[in-house]
Design a protein around this ligand. Sequence first.
Ligand code: C2E
Ligand code: MG
Ligand code: MG
Ligand code: MG
Length: 275
Amino acid sequence: RAKAEGRATYRFYEADMSRSMEARRQLELDLREALAAEEFHLVFQPQVDSTGLKLAGFEALVRWTHALRGPVPPNDFIPIAEETGLIVPLGRWVLETACRQAVTWATSVPVAINLSPVQFKDRQLVDTVRQVLAETGLAPGRLELEITEAVLLQNDDVTMTMLHDLRALGVRIAMDDFGVGYSSLSYLRRFRFDKIKIDRSFIADLDRGTDNAAIVRAMAQLGSSLGIDTTAEGVETDEQLAIVRACGCTHIQGYLVSPPRGAMDVAALIDRLGA
Ligand code: C2E
Ligand code: MG
Ligand code: MG
Ligand code: MG
């Protein structure tokens, strides 16, 4: 009976697998159409300083509203966009749209965008950034590029040269999701980042009496020793804010201050958070 059940489970699993592979293939096809169909938009989440809660910047995050499925989370479609190379045109669209938005805001704070490791495989990346800055008229110092350790994992000279060329344009470079990779510290040695963003997973456990506060404090001290900002990601509660502030994080980003908001709401946010 167990054997029969096993077979049945297996067949069920197989059917399930091909269904999910079919769904994935469909998502990939839809993703190809989505740019042309204007199904993407950006939302912006404020970053504030941890003491005065004054506006310090925005992170642009892409959103996809599929005509039939409705909203598809970035964690579902970014990996597919990366595997298919669609992240290159999508990433260019994000860059352009974020810069075009930021020049219209009544503030001098920067806008941050996320760059995928796959975009560093595109030899045009630096030229694209230079071109978009020129076309939109955004001051280079108002653009921040967030990269994860995965970018530096491709331990090659081309990537390092691109990072230095981007920096030479005058844009800021932030290390995103710091602390969850394989050798976070060694990457800090290889490139001088302008900011460290401490991964949300460390912040989420802060008020549960774990060792996370000690680790967050060490990361904030590291940033301070390097003379760069440390942003705590995913701050949701007053208690977490109090702890990250005590730990020495210079900035916070999270639902406590605001979830990511549409471009229409940004002006109101700028008024509320006083730029
Ligand atoms: P990320 O760059 O680390 O972005 C922060 C994520 O945390 C965002 O999720 C944001 O909505 C979420 N978040 C912010 N505050 C809180 C909080 O207090 N609590 C919780 N639980 N979550 C919070 P989102 O927008 O779903 O994006 C997920 C990831 O997808 C991003 O992580 C980034 O890696 C990627 N992504 C988003 N937009 C882009 C893009 O335009 N280009 C690329 N290459 N990747 C993107
Ligand atoms: Mg990010
Ligand atoms: Mg992050
Ligand atoms: Mg992330």
